[in-house]
Design a protein around this ligand. Sequence first.
Ligand code: AMP
Length: 434
Amino acid sequence: MSFSELGLTDRLLRAVEAEGYDKPTSVQKKAIPVILSRRDVMAAAETGSGKTAAFSLPLLQSLAEGEQARANRVRALILTPTRELAAQVGAFVARYSRHLSLRSTVVFGGVKINPQMKRLRGGVDLLVATPGRLLDLYHQRAIHLSTVETLVLDEADRMLDLGFTDEVTKIISLLPQQRQNLLFSATFSPDIRRLAGALLHNPVQIEVSPRNAAASSVKQSVFEVDKARKSALLSHLIRRGGWKQALVFTLTKRGADRLVRQLEEDGITAISIHGDKSQGARTRALATFKAGDVRILVATDVAARGLDIVQLPYVVNFDLPKVATDYVHRIGRTGRAGLQGEAISLVAADDAKQLAAIETVIQQQITREQEVGFVPRQVVPITQPRAGGPKRPKKAKKPKQYAAEKPGSKKRAGRAAKPSHKRAVSRPPGRGVR
Ligand code: AMP
């Protein structure tokens, strides 16, 4: 199937062609005609699936058919959980709408509000926003939401994980009753289903990948190692494999900075991206990495969410994620668009419980390996997935760095995640020393 069969106008087809997209992805095939028909949509699609174009292209087409927005008004609203994702979606929207006379802009926290207020003054057809900053702008009367025709919740699961439930509920209450709603989420937890139930009217459900499934194009492995030797093992793997570039995840900002120092000491160029860095510093770090000027990008989960780095061959979990479903998001950064990728997790004895929780989410036992010279002194207990999936859904605590995006409030809706997996049970996994 080609893009021209999906009902898009020539102006959008030209933009798609300029992006170099030959064929629509699975989510695009399913979502574009439905969104053009103005139905509500509930789509399970992750970063890398082409979801941004799946909702932006038909949205832009509908907007191009109507009247332009009046002063301080907005016609379509895309809510994203993080600044990075907002900036990225905004950049795609600008590119896809290059042949249309529509106004779009992006607003998010952590930067000055006045320039954003100015940009909204003349009205915008499409606004990409993070929830906290949007409410700030609303309270300052910089934006009226009563003319919104379409609402998109992008990465809705992440929005709730980060504790934005109250803000999202408030924003929805400010919108007109008559509107189209599009909800995109990587996973469908009970909380997301509850939100979908309240938000969507007779939605078309679109599923492109099995729930919480890891892409089959990603080779996953666990390297058993003592905690203190993780960075030495990582340097060894990078050198031995001659890795050109890799994305490495740590749990904390300090951990990210420490790892960058250790890699640099080993002569491997690295840069970190996390919430303590200014927006400008994060953008620069990402640009440096994308340009190939550094080999390793070390990121925390929040900072990495939604980053558009194509064709990344390696993703490393230096620390396992606290929330098991984040593992799926992390490794989704490699093996995209049918390319083979490798996801490597460095696992010490203390990480066994979390590894079991991850194996339960993906319903698969990850192959274990040991590297000569790095065989752990402390045995990593045997794990296996719990049949039937995780016991109960987990929510992550909202990371501090995003507090700036919340208007005035210190209270968070999110709860800290507790690993639901209480036991590491016995069945020998495949092990091999290489
Ligand atoms: P997303 O899932 O929206 O984060 O998109 C991930 C990446 O896929 C982006 O770099 C897009 O430019 C790219 N992309 C989106 N649609 C297509 C397509 N039909 N063909 C090739 N690449 C695409």
